[in-house]
Design a protein around this ligand. Sequence first.
Ligand code: DX5
Ligand code: ZN
Length: 216
Amino acid sequence: MVKVAPSLLSANFNDLADAVRALDKAGADYLHIDVMDGRFVPNMTFGPVVFKNIRQITTCPLDVHLMILEPEKYIPHWIEIGADIISVHVESTVHLDRALSLVRSLGAKPSVVVNPATPIEWVFPVLSIVDQVLVMSVNPGFGGQYFIPYTLDKIRALQHEILRRQLAVEIQVDGGVTEVNAKQLVDAGVDVLVAGSAVFNSKDMAATIKALKSFQ
Ligand code: DX5
Ligand code: ZN
């Protein structure tokens, strides 16, 4: 069964604690936390202070998507305060192997991310040292954007390479995921669906998560 990682970026921040508890109860597999610095992407979001509060009220694995420059500077702190999975963009560092190995050495799961226009082959050299590849299906920075269709071919090519090398690497997709395109994504090889607006703009978050998880 596919996993679902709701993105808290689309939550009402006045009721963040309620949202975290509700998602936990609704069967979220991970909570996806979008960290932005206003430099790598044109927006800013959660910092460690808010994250620590989230960590205190849930045992759900926290999946931290770093959209920041110089990620290696901040990785140790995010792990110290409770990140379970850390996603590092290939475009954000010239020392990708070092950054991913740092995540592993400090006890969290390394994940590598590519922007929509970045060739998927860029992650192939590090596939053997990560637990997850995150394929961005929108340009990172904002929730509520439309899915970019050509990213589907990248997901297929990635799945092909993972199967060819018999690796236990999960494929995550992030951006514009809905109940309408989820089946196509799962068929292409996705293991983890990140969903922000599709979950938070729905009338019943639990029903939407259940519906997304029902795709095989
Ligand atoms: C975008 C973020 C996403 C975002 C997804 O930069 O990485 O996680 O929250 O939101 P939706 O599902 O609304 O596209
Ligand atoms: Zn994200």
